[in-house]
Design a protein around this ligand. Structure first.
Ligand SMILES: NC(=O)c1ccc[n+]([C@@H]2O[C@H](COP(=O)([O-])OP(=O)(O)OC[C@H]3O[C@@H](n4cnc5c(N)ncnc54)[C@H](O)[C@@H]3O)[C@@H](O)[C@H]2O)c1
Length: 247
């Protein structure tokens, strides 16, 4: 595949990030960035075996030095960035607020929110140089309403939507569009921490489509938001939840 487009997907070692990286490889070179080297390199090998182009760079989004290193690496290799998907995230501790330790809170904030902010800061600099950029941040349906025992997660995902909207306003005139996605329950390892009875209840009574989503279904929506098919969509938060959020 011949393309001059460069994409970065954080947390692309598995789950939604991997599915997005694979889908994106149909129209761009993809930089796979993840804290897990083994799974990240597996994603590279899946893409490259399919005839796509990708490479792995180690990234810990909770470490500002690691983020700086990633972007120095991109600057000295590709030296531009067209598409960025800020996807790396964790579910955090499932505790009530009065049980939550500051340590738990700080950990998830660093990964799910500060990590997105710092990555966006560098991505936007590269995109401004190139006068082109498309960013999709992975929020959650928990980014638009609260969840019992999910306060820290929900707070970070609300923050991601706030960052997205503000960036859309700041850079809309610079040919940089910034959107977010709000997945519902999607079949990845992050669901391992959610008890089966909770998932079963939600499938039966809360999700009109009566099922859990697939990572590939989120990936397709992200690719649409990055593509010119969504050319007037900016600052939007797109639910991909089988209808959970509508009532
Ligand atoms: N699966 C769902 O139901 C669901 C729903 C809504 C939102 N999301 C969001 O989707 C995103 C992807 O989650 P997923 O469901 O694919 O989970 P996952 O656990 O399968 O994948 C998360 C990926 O992020 C990587 N990662 C974790 N910490 C990192 C760090 N500090 N630095 C770099 N990489 C790191 C992991 O190694 C992994 O590859 C997350 O932001 C999550 O909050 C998931």
């Amino acid at each position: 595949m011949k393309t001059d487009k460069i994409a970065l997907v954080t947390g692309s070692g598995q789950g939604i990030g991997r599915a997005t990286a694979v889908a994106l490889s149909a129209f761009s070179h993809v930089i796979i960035a993840d804290i897990d080297k083994v799974s990240g390199k597996e994603t590279v090998s899946i893409i490259n075996k399919k005839g796509g182009s990708s490479r792995f760079v180690y990234l810990d989004v909770s470490d500002s030095d690691s983020i700086t290193e990633l972007f120095l690496n991109i600057s000295s290799n590709e030296n531009k960035l067209d598409y960025a998907v800020n996807n790396a995230g964790i579910g955090g501790e499932m505790k009530l607020i009065h049980e939550l330790d500051l340590e738990d809170w700080d950990k998830i904030l660093k990964i799910n929110l500060t990590g997105v902010f710092l990555c966006m800061k560098y991505q936007i600099k590269l995109m401004l140089d190139n006068k082109f950029g498309r960013i999709v941040n992975v929020s959650s349906m928990a980014g638009t309403y609260g969840f019992s025992r999910g306060s820290s997660y929900s707070a970070t995902k609300h923050g991601v939507i706030g960052l997205t909207k503000s960036a859309a306003i700041e850079y809309g005139s610079e040919n940089i569009r910034v959107n977010s996605v709000c997945p519902g329950f999607v079949q990845t390892k992050i669901l391992d921490d959610i008890p089966d009875y909770v998932l079963d209840f939600n499938k039966k009574y809360r999700v009109p489509m009566k099922r859990i989503g697939k990572p590939e279904e989120v990936a397709e929506s992200i690719c649409w938001l990055l593509s010119e098919k969504s050319s007037f969509t900016n600052g939007h938060s797109l639910y991909i939840d089988g209808g959970f959020s509508v009532g």
